[in-house]
Design a protein around this ligand. Structure first.
Ligand SMILES: Nc1ncnc2c1ncn2[C@@H]1O[C@H](COP(=O)(O)OP(=O)(O)OP(=O)(O)O)[C@@H](O)[C@H]1O
Length: 279
């Protein structure tokens, strides 16, 4: 299911949080949403989830306009902090959401059970939510987002608070959902992690979105034996082959290379080149 949002604008009082933002999400693809604090990412996600009305602009699904209530039925939404009912058990929470999405009591219980297994919270099935750690709550939040088998999944800082194993699980599960045809948007500040997960990137600054140009080349650090990191040379190569060829040439001429490293990933390079204002 493809989602195309055009010209989305939303103000809070005199402050424009989202200004003429455009986003396209395609089935089977994971899109990263990247931008500094206060750029408008959460506001944009809330609009795409059908939870906040835009002042202007449109959200279309599969080529046609969609009512906010229909959007909510199709979207899986994981907020950056999963505010939940602390005294209910994890099963009760997921069952309640499944029932709200129209599942029968039996289906809701089955769905809750399966999702708790998926996010490795099976042993907490009967425990109240307040017994969960922050990372475990995030995992419950991810399970909650999947309750209605969404065809569009919106994740706001999903990995925050998760331990390394849970982050890897999340990445694999998100990739599997995309492989099953889900259209996915992930907002994150952890660019190294995001770059391993996403197919496309939308950047956001001061409420505006843009798609970064594909940068030709990566920066590499070449440090010779005995040299400090500060004195090392930084060189751009268009691709891995050119970098490998250059390194082979250096070694062939007897230069003693002690480090030859890609300095940052492409997403980080693009983000830092943004010169974005934090608000
Ligand atoms: N309910 C609200 N009332 C007033 N201002 C708001 C509200 N929600 C967001 N804003 C403002 O809109 C701007 C965008 O906020 P938003 O939460 O969308 O940014 P963000 O890109 O998600 O930031 P972060 O990376 O810090 O999570 C901020 O300046 C924020 O103060």
């Amino acid at each position: 299911m493809a989602l195309v949002a055009t010209g989305l604008t939303r103000s809070f009082g005199r402050h424009t949080a989202v200004a003429h933002a455009d986003v396209t999400l395609r089935p089977g693809r994971i899109t990263g949403l990247v931008g500094p604090n206060g750029a408008g990412k959460t506001t944009l996600l809330l609009i795409l989830a059908g939870l906040l009305a835009p002042d202007a602009g449109s959200v279309e699904v599969d080529g046609g306009p969609i009512a906010a209530s229909d959007l909510r039925a199709r979207v899986g939404w994981m907020p950056d902090v999963f505010g939940t009912w602390e005294s209910l058990s994890t099963t009760e929470i997921l069952t309640t959401f499944a029932r709200l999405h129209g599942a029968s009591a039996a289906d809701a219980r089955r769905r809750a059970h399966d999702l708790l297994q998926l996010v490795h919270l099976g042993e907490f099935a009967d425990k109240p939510a307040h017994e969960l750690s922050r990372g475990q709550k995030q995992r419950l939040g991810f399970a909650r987002a999947l309750v209605n088998r969404p065809s569009i999944l919106l994740l706001d800082e999903p990995a925050s608070g998760m331990d390394p194993r849970s982050r890897i699980d999340l990445r694999d599960q998100v990739r599997e959902l995309a492989a099953d045809g889900c259209a996915i948007l992930v907002s994150s500040h952890i660019l190294t992690e995001l770059s391993e997960m996403v197919d496309d990137v939308v950047m956001m600054t001061a409420g505006r979105t843009f798609v970064p140009e594909h940068r030709s080349g990566h920066l590499w650090r070449i440090r010779l034996a005995g040299q400090s990191v500060a004195d090392a040379e930084a060189t751009t190569f268009p691709d891995d082959d050119s970098a490998a060829e250059y390194l082979a040439g250096l070694i062939a001429t007897g230069v003693r290379v002690s480090e030859f490293t890609r300095v940052t990933n492409e997403l980080e390079d693009t983000y830092l080149a943004l010169d974005a204002e934090r608000t």
